[in-house]
Design a protein around this ligand. Structure first.
Ligand code: AMP
Ligand code: MG
Length: 519
């Protein structure tokens, strides 16, 4: 094992108990490409703060992943880059105990942890810490089987192209938008399995007692109440300031709960259920009379979804009741894709907030009505429409683009929605505004252009799934900067691009002209 070692002797005793292992490229270094030269070091102040916080309670180890896709970097050069990084971090008060590179990984061109978990045990023995109280923050799910076999808790970072690994990451692994969020989650869940279990039990007790619980789903965070408790559901409308004509989606954990809500499931609905549940699809059925009118805004129909997020389904299971939940944000505003986002808008209104990291999809569920002979798409989401048509074995009417007044099937589908306080404008081209420092830019794909104002790139590699994951985070971050406006182009209209553009159009919709500002 080739390592650069710092002094262990000055560590306080309490820091010797557990460790955090971190990927170097994409986590310590904000750039996800492999670091080939010290000139390319890219540390962010937020990342440094997060490391400093983690370093107060944990031993920190960094591993470089020498997967050079054809290129080779000699161990000596890797050590040289690591020394440069180490010096910068130490000057900022961050002490990395070891910088690890496995020579076998260099030879095999594979990441060192998955090819050599032995090094973790060796490190734990050397420093006398408990692997079962330790964490790994990585952008590569290949690491997790080996680390988890040793009892290390894994956190996956949605950092740039790492989103493409999501397909290989089991649903029950937590994901985070950034190192800061992952570090803060570790701070609140030092014994993760016990801490998460307690949060779910507290949440279920609260639901049963008529409380409101904010919880993660794979799409966005929800603010939930017992769907059969009128008063609890009424409180959701009150705290969100949501108009009573805007119905809620009822979340279930199994098919038995669907039977509590609806009498009839058509063959088309059944095909969609079999293919997409649990998942990001809400289906609108004719409701049973037992479903309270306040949930459905007086409609004879009810929207039902079975979320795939394991914390959401466990919450519903433990609550022993379907949970009615809109997105956990103030009415008309940007949805929440992390627990912090929920707090930003709904502090003091949820009785329990279950922090399950970031949402893997990032935009709200697809909504399809299955009450008539033809399914009708009311809201686009992550599932490609063509895919649903193949599954349903019929065409699906696209009604989500109609203005609300011509769209009686879609109560609550507002033209203005998902809005930031800073007005968003959709433009053909961002470049004419590039010189403005008072405008923020939502970008997509490689852009060689320079902008005077702040930018957020939804995906440098033009990956629409990554753009969806980052959309609301980017909108909220730009919104917090006190800018005059945010400008964005529309994204390609394919796959989840329909959903992203639908949100961008509604976020930018100005009922009374270009300059109006919704608060
Ligand atoms: P939200 O929970 O904020 O993501 O919004 C849920 C949306 O689902 C509502 O705004 C409605 O547009 C739609 N929805 C919920 N229930 C029904 C229903 N019974 N019929 C048609 N659309 C519905
Ligand atoms: Mg909503």
């Amino acid at each position: 094992m080739f390592t650069t070692t710092n002094s262990f002797w000055n560590l306080p005793m309490d820091k010797q108990r557990a460790a955090v292992f971190l990927d170097r490229d994409g986590i310590i270094n904000a750039d996800t490409s492999i670091l080939e030269h010290p000139d390319r070091i890219c540390l962010t102040p937020e990342g440094i703060d997060a490391l400093r916080n983690l370093g107060r309670r944990y031993l920190l180890f960094v591993f470089a992943r020498p997967d050079f896709s054809g290129k080779r970097i000699a161990p000596r050069e890797v050590a040289y880059i690591n020394l440069a990084l180490d010096k910068l971090l130490r000057n900022s008060g961050v002490d990395i105990l070891e910088w690890c590179v496995c020579p076998r990984a260099l030879k095999d061109q594979r990441g060192c942890i998955d090819s050599d978990p032995f090094f973790l045990k060796q490190t734990a023995e050397k420093y006398g810490f408990n692997l079962k109280r330790s964490f790994i923050i990585s952008i590569n799910p290949q690491d997790f089987p080996a680390t988890e076999a040793l009892g290390i808790f894994s956190l996956f970072l949605l950092s740039g192209p790492s989103v493409t690994h999501l397909g290989n990451l089991p649903d029950d692994r937590l994901v985070f938008h950034s190192l800061e969020h992952a570090a803060s989650w570790i701070g609140k869940h030092p014994i993760p399995m016990v801490d998460m279990d307690r949060a779910l039990t507290d949440g279920a007790c609260s639901i049963k007692a008529g409380g409101l619980v904010a919880f993660p789903t794979e799409t966005v965070y929800g603010l939930g109440a017992d769907a059969f408790n009128h008063l609890a559901v009424a409180r959701i409308f009150e705290v969100k300031k949501r108009p009573l004509h805007n119905p809620l989606i009822v979340h279930i954990a199994d098919i038995a709960q669907l039977e509590q809500l609806v009498d009839e499931v058509s063959p088309v609905a059944l095909r969609l259920i079999n293919r997409y549940w649990p998942g990001p699809l809400s289906l609108v059925f004719r409701k049973k009379s037992a479903v309270p009118d306040i949930v459905t805004a007086g409609q004879p129909t009810v929207a039902v979804r079975m979320p795939a997020h394991p914390m959401a389904s466990e919450l519903i299971r433990r609550s022993k009741t379907p949970i009615a939940a809109p997105s956990a944000n103030a009415f008309g505003r940007t949805s929440a894709t992390s627990a912090q986002h929920v707090l930003d808008q709904l502090q003091n209104v949820c009785d329990v907030l279950i922090d399950g990291g970031a949402c893997r999809i990032g935009v709200e569920s697809t909504v399809v009505t299955v009450t008539g002979t033809k399914p009708i798409l009311l809201r686009p989401g992550a599932i490609p429409i063509e895919d649903m048509e193949t599954t349903a074995d019929t065409s699906i009417l696209r009604k989500y683009m109609l203005p609300m007044e011509n769209n009686p099937e879609s109560p609550g589908m507002m033209n203005t929605h998902y809005q930031t306080a800073t007005p968003i404008h959709i433009v053909e081209d961002c470049l004419p505004f590039a010189g403005r420092t008072d405008i923020g830019f939502l970008l997509f794909g490689q852009t060689g252009d320079t902008f005077a104002g702040p930018t957020r790139n939804l995906s440098h590699t033009s990956d629409l799934k990554e753009a969806a994951v980052n959309l609301y985070l980017a909108m909220r971050e730009l919104d917090a900067l006190g800018l005059k406006a945010i400008v964005s182009k529309l994204l390609p209209e394919t796959g989840i691009g329909y959903a992203i553009n639908d949100r961008l159009r509604k976020a930018s919709f100005k009922p009374d002209g270009f300059d109006s500002q919704k608060d």
